[in-house]
Design a protein around this ligand. Structure first.
Ligand SMILES: Nc1ncnc2c1ncn2[C@@H]1O[C@H](COP(=O)(O)OP(=O)(O)OP(=O)(O)O)[C@@H](O)[C@H]1O
Ligand SMILES: [Mg+2]
Length: 404
């Protein structure tokens, strides 16, 4: 995969495209076709603040909305209620998609009037209309068998009227209102597990999906998953469904323990496996739950299955580029000299630290009656806030003044 574009990450920044080399996934990973990589695992290993998490978020952008991307942090597996392996299994299944094509009998068209009438057989449709927030002027379809309602978008005749809204405008469907239609749906195996843990209503996927918003009542058991796998495999064999392996991202992987690691070894070999990306900033350390040490705190047998990608500290030019984009996203004005100075700070401390100085610097600039951040503002911020390394150094120098 080639990160040719800038994507927005969850920090509100934008992920800078890394075209190749060690700072980035590089080319030649065959990422353009996730299905070929299914069951394979990568490890991003590098010092803190070298863009591992940012890279994973960039990957999720690149994959788009149709390919599942499930991010988690190693420590999430420790819950008092759910088994560690159960958390992992659930996330595995969140990262495997299924594209289902179904030919369905539907009623499709633009809603011109909504007036409820009492009748015995169609009670579910009214609820479904409310749930989908259907209004007059929307294009919808109702499944003939199950009564499930899907709002396709707003009729394009209204496009100019509400042009400020983030709406999807669609043309009025052609032909008869009552017809057969091919419906493509993207669901994850976990969606199917969750929906089937509370079977009620119709048996088709849409009506199962419709129940998903309700709180979970029944546990998802291993037996249920096996049943689902059977149905999924049958769908795939029949050509009704297509498997879309996505990406499971496990950040801070050194937080997992030996049980999780041995479970992962097995899970990666199953026929329904996503691509798994691990990330860690640890060097040689203890494998949790054992007294052995291993590179990155990962047992050697799992390490052996991984393709390891090293992330390296960004150079000054790259840091300045990232800082400039970050300032642009946060709508802050900053001059060249300040960017270079922040780049310098980044080299000394970390990129994360210099990014964090941007917004306080802009407040200082505003207090001084300026819109644009200049070097003096950053110097002022630097005198107020310390980075981890400077703080540790001070602590060492003034050790006698602290309690131990
Ligand atoms: N390529 C990039 N484009 C835009 N921002 C980036 C990029 N790389 C890193 N950053 C920013 O730098 C900061 C640190 O990066 P990130 O959190 O990805 O580091 P990390 O390698 O995951 O560190 P850690 O090991 O501490 O988790 C974040 O604020 C992130 O948004
Ligand atoms: Mg990280």
């Amino acid at each position: 995969m080639c990160f040719g574009q800038w994507g927005r990450d969850s920090y509100g920044s934008r992920v800078r495209g890394t075209g190749g080399g060690t700072r980035g996934v590089g080319t030649g990973c065959g990422y353009d076709k996730p299905e070929k990589m299914a069951g394979r695992a990568l490890l991003f290993a590098g010092p803190p603040s070298t863009g591992k998490t940012a890279l994973a978020l960039g990957i999720s952008q690149e994959l788009g909305s149709k390919v599942p991307f499930c991010p988690m942090v190693g420590s999430e597996v420790y819950s008092t209620e759910v088994k560690k392996t159960e958390v992992l299994m659930e996330n595995f299944r969140r990262a495997i998609g299924l594209r289902i094509k179904e030919n369905k009998e539907v009623y499709e068209g633009e809603v011109t009037e909504l007036s409820p009438e009492e009748a015995e057989s169609t009670t579910g449709i009214y609820d479904a209309l409310i749930k989908e927030k259907v209004a007059v002027g929307d294009v919808i379809y109702i499944e003939a068998n199950s009564g499930a309602v899907k709002r396709v978008g707003r009729c394009d005749a209204f496009a100019t009227e509400f042009d400020l809204e983030a709406e999807e405008y669609v043309p009025i469907p052609k032909g008869e209102v009552h017809k057969k239609k091919e419906i493509v749906q993207d669901v994850t195996l976990h969606d199917l597990d969750a929906a089937n843990a509370r079977p009620q209503g119709g048996q088709d996927i849409l009506s199962l999906m419709g129940q998903m918003m309700k709180p979970r009542k029944t546990e998802i058991t291993e037996k249920l998953r096996q049943e689902i796998n059977k149905v999924v495999n049958r769908y795939i064999d029949e050509g009704v469904a297509e498997l879309v392996p996505g990406v499971l991202f496990i950040d801070e992987v050194h937080m997992l323990d030996i049980e999780c690691f041995s479970y992962l070894n097995r899970a990666l070999e199953s026929s329904l496996a996503p691509i798994v990306i691990f990330a860690t900033n640890r060097g040689i350390c203890n494998v949790r739950g054992t007294d052995m040490t291993s590179p990155h705190g990962i047992p050697v047998d799992l390490l052996d299955r991984l393709v390891i990608i090293r992330t390296e500290t960004y150079g000054p030019t790259e840091m300045i580029q990232i800082l400039a984009i970050r300032a642009q996203v946060e709508e802050l004005e900053i001059d060249e000299e300040s960017l270079a100075y922040l780049g310098e700070i980044g080299q000394r401390a970390s990129l994360r630290h210099s990014i964090q100085r941007l917004s306080p610097a802009s407040i200082v600039a505003k207090t001084n009656g300026r819109d644009k951040i200049c070097k003096a503002d950053i110097e002022e911020v630097s005198s107020l806030y310390l980075d981890a390394k400077t703080s540790a150094k001070l602590l060492q120098e003034q050790q006698e003044r602290y309690l131990t």
